[in-house]
Write a protein that binds this ligand. Structure first.
Ligand SMILES: [Zn+2]
Length: 105
């Protein structure tokens, strides 16, 4: 199975579509790890180009003060699960906020 290789640019581009958090107004970011949830160097494309141990994207909403930060990982608070693509992560966050928050887009 061949799959698309992601770049840091793909991630930064997807992040622009995040709806800011309705509680703290902060936009989340996307972080990536392997299938075992081992975080990779977020500033390097090396692992993205050769994700030999799987690749998953997570939503990082790094604001300890915010009431909707539900879970914590070693690398900081993470919202939701692992996603196959950065776009899916953004979609899930936005969908959740639209459903629960009455967000203005
Ligand atoms: Zn927040």
């Amino acid at each position: 199975m061949s799959r698309k290789h992601f770049t840091l640019e793909d991630i930064r581009k997807a992040e622009q579509d995040f709806i800011p958090c309705p509680f703290c107004n902060k936009k989340p970011t996307i972080v990536f790890s392997d299938d075992e949830c081992n975080w990779k160097d977020q500033d390097s494309e090396e692992y993205l180009q050769d994700p030999w141990s799987g690749l998953c994207f997570s939503i990082c909403h790094d604001n300890e003060e915010c009431p909707i930060v539900p879970t914590h990982c070693d690398n900081g608070p993470v919202y939701g699960n692992c996603y196959d693509t950065p776009e899916e992560a953004v979609e899930d966050w936005n969908k959740h906020l639209k459903k629960h928050g009455g967000m203005k887009i």
